[in-house]
Design a protein around this ligand. Structure first.
Ligand SMILES: C[S@@+](CC[C@H](N)C(=O)[O-])C[C@H]1O[C@@H](n2cnc3c(N)ncnc32)[C@H](O)[C@@H]1O
Length: 293
């Protein structure tokens, strides 16, 4: 974190809550993220000398990964809604002596003000569109700022595949014997993120293709990947103190808001050993989309 920065909800979540503040969990998550980053960049067909715009750059997963690919002649622009995260990325770039090869833009994905028309070779984005209500406008902006022949490369979770969770399950674990308690927690999260209205849930992979085509991209590819597999063992404290996104409470906070003390003890007593043993099933879907102007 850059010295002296004031936290905002995005930086707090991205740099802390998403990993429950635990470096070990951060490392485990990076094991998942690095291949995703490499895939997004490979789909973008990044060339030496390219100007690459990374939308919702966060702490720079994709943007820093792109720097060796664009080379000394190229440039990477970190764009994000959060000035705190941009300051953080600038601080990291300065530490790595990279300031002459990067730019920073504080903006929203659906309004790329300040980025001229046909000025970049590549637009990348990972897990950002899910937070943007105006997805159609966002694709139109990607198209506008790309040069002819420029590429966009996107990775997004398709949360509609797995949410709402199946009745009688919690985190993929069979909770039928404590269902009335578990249902209170599920209902809280379902109320906070209604499927038809929430930007994280109101779209699927076909909408991404439609938006890209309607924005004018001449060539569009999408790969949809579903994973259903046994959960991996996790530390209960990690699960308790992390949240899936900045708009929802951690499980600890949800328990405190929703359950009585005996219910909380019942829920934690049931879930903890199962989480730590890796019981239950993970269900997720993701989409990679890449397109050419
Ligand atoms: C899940 S993080 C992904 C960060 C980064 N792309 C990565 O791959 O690690 C989502 C990022 O999108 C940014 N963001 C959220 N809404 C945005 C918007 N409307 N426009 C631009 N960035 C946004 C957040 O500040 C955050 O940095």
């Amino acid at each position: 974190m850059a010295q002296g920065s004031i936290q905002d909800r995005w930086s707090t979540w991205l740099l802390q809550t998403r990993f429950a503040g635990d470096p070990e969990r951060k490392r485990a998550f990076e094991e998942y993220l690095f291949p995703v980053r490499d895939r997004v960049l490979a789909n973008a067909d990044v060339q030496k000398g390219d100007v690459l715009l990374d939308i919702g750059a966060g702490d720079g997963l994709i943007a820093f990964g792109a720097l060796p690919l664009v080379g000394a002649e190229g440039k990477v622009i970190f764009a994000d809604l959060s000035q705190v995260l941009l300051d953080h990325a600038r601080f990291l770039a300065e530490q790595m002596n990279l300031l002459d090869r990067v730019g920073f833009a504080c903006l929203s994905a659906d309004d790329l003000k300040g980025i001229p028309e046909a000025s970049v070779d590549v637009v990348t984005t990972r897990s950002v569109l899910i937070y943007v209500p105006q997805k159609e406008e966002t694709f139109r902006e990607f198209y506008r700022v790309l040069k002819r022949g420029g590429r966009v490369s996107i990775f997004e979770p398709i949360n509609r595949f797995s949410w709402p969770w199946l009745a009688g399950t919690y985190l993929g674990i069979d909770v039928q014997s404590i269902e009335s308690t578990a249902a209170k927690l599920r209902t809280l999260y379902e109320r906070l993120q209604p499927v038809e209205a929430d930007p994280m849930l109101h779209f699927d992979e076909r909408d991404l293709v439609r938006h890209a085509e309607q924005a004018g991209f001449s060539e569009v590819h999408l790969e949809y990947r579903v994973t259903i597999q046994p959960n991996k063992p996790s530390r209960w404290e990690h699960v308790l103190h992390s949240s899936g996104n900045p708009d929802i409470p951690t499980l600890r906070e949800a328990i405190d808001q929703t359950l009585t003390l005996p219910e909380a003890e019942l829920f934690e007593g049931y879930m903890r050993p199962r989480i730590e043993a890796g019981a239950g099933v993970l269900r997720e879907a993701v989409a990679y989309l890449w397109a050419t102007k």
